[in-house]
Design a binder for this molecule. Sequence first.
Ligand SMILES: Nc1nc2c(c(=O)[nH]1)N[C@H]1C(S)=C(S)[C@@H](COP(=O)(O)OP(=O)(O)OC[C@H]3O[C@@H](n4cnc5c(=O)[nH]c(N)nc54)[C@H](O)[C@@H]3O)O[C@H]1N2
Ligand SMILES: Nc1nc2c(c(=O)[nH]1)N[C@H]1C(S)=C(S)[C@@H](COP(=O)(O)OP(=O)(O)OC[C@H]3O[C@@H](n4cnc5c(=O)[nH]c(N)nc54)[C@H](O)[C@@H]3O)O[C@H]1N2
Ligand code: SF4
Ligand SMILES: [Mo]
Length: 681
Amino acid sequence: MTVRHSTCALDCPDACSVLVTIDGSGKAVKLRGNPDHPVTRGFLCGKVARYLDREYHTDRLLYPLRRTGRKGEGGFERITWDEALDAIAAKLTNIANEHGSESILPYSYAGTMGYLQGSSMDRRFFHRLGASRLDRTICSGAGIAGMVLAIGSRYCVEPEQVKHAKLIIAWGANILATNVHLWPFIVEARRNGARFYTIDPVRTKTATLADKHFFINPGSDLALILSMMHVILEEKLEDRDYIERYTTGIEALRAKVREYPPERAAALTGIPAQEIASLAREYASTRPSLIRPNYGLQRSERGGIASAAVSMLPALTGAWRDVGGGMLYSTSGAFHLDRAALERPDLQNASLGRPGRLVNMSNVGRALTDLADPPVKAFVVHSSNPAAVVPDQDRVLRGLAREDLFTVVLEQFQTDTANYADFVLPATTFLEHDDLYFAYGHHHLQLARKAVEPPGECRPNTEVFRALAQRMGFTEPCFADSADDMMRQALASGHAFLDGITLERLDAEHSVRLNMSPAGTPFLPHAEGFPALGGKMDFHAGKLDYQPPAESRLGDGTLRASYPLELVTPKHSEGMNSTFGNREIADRETATAYINSADAAPRGITNGDLVRVFNARGSLRLRAEVNGMVHAGVVSVPACRWPKSSPDQRNVNVLISDRLTDIGGSPAFYNCLVQVERCGD
Ligand SMILES: Nc1nc2c(c(=O)[nH]1)N[C@H]1C(S)=C(S)[C@@H](COP(=O)(O)OP(=O)(O)OC[C@H]3O[C@@H](n4cnc5c(=O)[nH]c(N)nc54)[C@H](O)[C@@H]3O)O[C@H]1N2
Ligand SMILES: Nc1nc2c(c(=O)[nH]1)N[C@H]1C(S)=C(S)[C@@H](COP(=O)(O)OP(=O)(O)OC[C@H]3O[C@@H](n4cnc5c(=O)[nH]c(N)nc54)[C@H](O)[C@@H]3O)O[C@H]1N2
Ligand code: SF4
Ligand SMILES: [Mo]
């Protein structure tokens, strides 16, 4: 038995350091969390502790496939790599010649978070080809746009410092499901007297373990934040010295938040006025205080500005000054690797002579059905499952079903998206290729070498795009770069945070903390202001107006008359978006509709009943669970089931509109009005 180091590549803030036990035949027999990693601390989440069942699953795609049946049906035949690559290269060349290179649309997201397999050779290939570019908004576009608007960067505090906090607010953050490695730090803080609160329309397991849980109406966070600011300023609880030194626009903010007394915010958020006032007081008078927003906060119409506003709270109270205080949203901005060297946007000069057309991935249904000049004629997908994860699912599937659309999908499993492909190419897992990993929940850069041999004929994404580039006659030397070449290029950005972090050091140590602050001293990114903004942040009072989302209990009256319930579709502990959709336990969880007894009773719904959840966009049959998980007026259906596992061949995204957030161009996933009825057995 030998033990090799790896890194979990799933789209999770924790980016765990994984120890892989390999037997004499080269087979992985066990995965465990690296006890020496400062954030992983010796454990993995349940879904990845069992990852080897996925790794060695009999349904793994092992050979290139060509479609034989109708699109979506899933009929395929095995072919060789040469046949597949020749045919794909010839077809892409023809399409580019006939319709223009921008009729080719790449589609990828964070199936793997590795720099190389996620965004390197593929980007080079599509840039050189002159394809349309994909605006990758589906997850955090609104939150990042909001955070950057407010504080100028994506610099947040270290999870390792959370143990020093005295008040921790998990805001739209289901820590025990989506970010479990933060939990031990919170436990430590609580042992030292910290209070832990959650703000969430769902009483998640994280919420049941909190000292206080605030049930909030979906999408109303901005109203709560503005009202907290109101109380803090009215009661003079702000840190005047911090505000004076490091902010602008406080007087305009003061005038603006006068419009949001707790009584008004109570009507908008569903949280009683006195609770809003005491939360504000407690937040402003406890030090250190930490807000942990996660992306649940920003999946609504006002989610971008809500993220900006929540990022302003620690400036109002001076919480950024304290070790363990401030905000822990995304940490990814601290990883200053050279993305341009990896992705080579300059290669567009050789094709288009300008940046390619930008297409928002969140509206891909529209792109595939409506876009003109040129229409999308080829769709090349890797590390994502758009048939399952994108809103307005009927339109997405209609687009994918177009007989004149040429679709290629690089996948590990036969997903719904793969069912619509002309060619399916078998992909390696993170255990089977080399990669470099950032994290969005900590500050440790990691290198993971291949731990096991790929099964069958699986290939890394990088190798597929390298081979396609060769067949298309792209002779630029960058297409010959090895994985190590690319890692070295990415590390050579010259940024001070990467000083002394070489490939050799990463090979020896596997995980290295960025040099955001000297080793042993905490990173206090905004203790002395906001360097990315030239020193001071502005409160942007002119942008801080709250309107209830159109699809909410206070939204469009006509819609509400037919569809009175607010649907949220959050993550659950057994899933990773749609990645584990073929596991029974994930399928069961995503086939459940959680509903409050106040809404169930008048509809004659009891626990375990089959119900129909529907609106004008679609309809789904699910099992009702009537418990205290959601408050009245809210229905929660965890995401994302494999549509093909459902009797309706659809998942919740069939119900959700492709309306975008105020800024950042993300889907307003968690603003969706539905009706629910009992539908017999
Ligand atoms: N187990 C597991 N882990 C995951 C994932 C997974 O699918 N499963 N997905 C990964 C990915 S891609 C991401 S982006 C992260 C996301 O991690 P999180 O942001 O923590 O996950 P979400 O479930 O999107 O949202 C968190 C909470 O926000 C709540 N929420 C919904 N609407 C609102 C609202 O309007 N206001 C407030 N305050 N709260 C709201 C939801 O009920 C949910 O409990 O998790 C990652 N980790
Ligand atoms: N209703 C609803 N919809 C949602 C969300 C929600 O909360 N509710 N969450 C949204 C969010 S936050 C996100 S991030 C998106 C996520 O959407 P996606 O990024 O599409 O994520 P997954 O559904 O996990 O699909 C990733 C796929 O990549 C494949 N894969 C993994 N590694 C590799 C690799 O190395 N190579 C290749 N070729 N393939 C690989 C996996 O097998 C899997 O099928 O979903 C969004 N959709
Ligand atoms: S907690 Fe996140 S990073 Fe860690 S093993 Fe699970 S999915 Fe991977
Ligand atoms: Mo995400």
